[in-house]
Design a protein around this ligand. Sequence first.
Ligand SMILES: Nc1ncnc2c1ncn2[C@@H]1O[C@H](COP(=O)(O)OP(=O)(O)OP(=O)(O)O)[C@@H](O)[C@H]1O
Ligand SMILES: [Mg+2]
Length: 244
Amino acid sequence: MSLLALSNISVRYGRLTAVRGVTFTLAEGEILFITGPNGAGKSSLLRAIAGVTPPAGGRIDFADHDITGRAPEDIARLGLSMVPEGRDVFGSLTIEENLMVGTGMHSGTRGWRARAASELEAVYATFPILKERRHSQAGLLSGGQQQMLVIGRALMTTPRLVAIDEPSLGLAPNITDQVYERLIALRAERKLTLLIVEQSSTRAMMVGGRMMLMRGGEIVLDGDARALGQSEAMQAAYFGYGEH
Ligand SMILES: Nc1ncnc2c1ncn2[C@@H]1O[C@H](COP(=O)(O)OP(=O)(O)OP(=O)(O)O)[C@@H](O)[C@H]1O
Ligand SMILES: [Mg+2]
């Protein structure tokens, strides 16, 4: 039984087709890297899954619900959290306030306050630096800490799947190591399913799991991350050798 299933998904911006006919399923607990060059359609695909940019065609099922065209809040409520590109923190709010923002959608439901408090402790256990600095302004954090904060915020709703767009962007390799270390631990602790977008296949090869290569809006390769990463097919497809 798959947690996420995409069937023939396309995304358009006016006359431009950014994602064309993408189909795949993701099982609970799986880790999937979507890699591919600049402009391949990776972010567009992620935004379509999270409901931010509704798909122009196709169908998306998540946790036994047809979520095609549903509002991002509804999709998040079902347990799908997205961390968009660019580490969008509320700079003038404290770390703790930033984390609590994510729980707002549950306010009014029974016991949300207690749940939020226990999620907050869980996020702090995963990222102790956030607890240490919980009353500091988020705008004062380093890039790596901000990345931890946005991932922490996505965890506040107790998701089953977290989709993250380029977590390593602009981070030093050792900071990226730390972020990935936590993600892998979370996956083991919570059976969390991860869908991670990265331009390069380097991380996917280090972490392992499943990898897809996207190019021109399509999935052109799909397989074991380490095996694919070393294959000539990957190199050729990534750089488009043999085309035109
Ligand atoms: N909001 C938008 N309006 C119009 N065109 C867009 C928009 N967002 C993306 N595009 C276009 O859609 C195509 C796919 O872009 P997208 O951002 O999804 O690619 P990407 O694989 O995430 O690239 P990158 O690795 O640079 O982040 C590109 O041609 C891009 O210019
Ligand atoms: Mg992108």
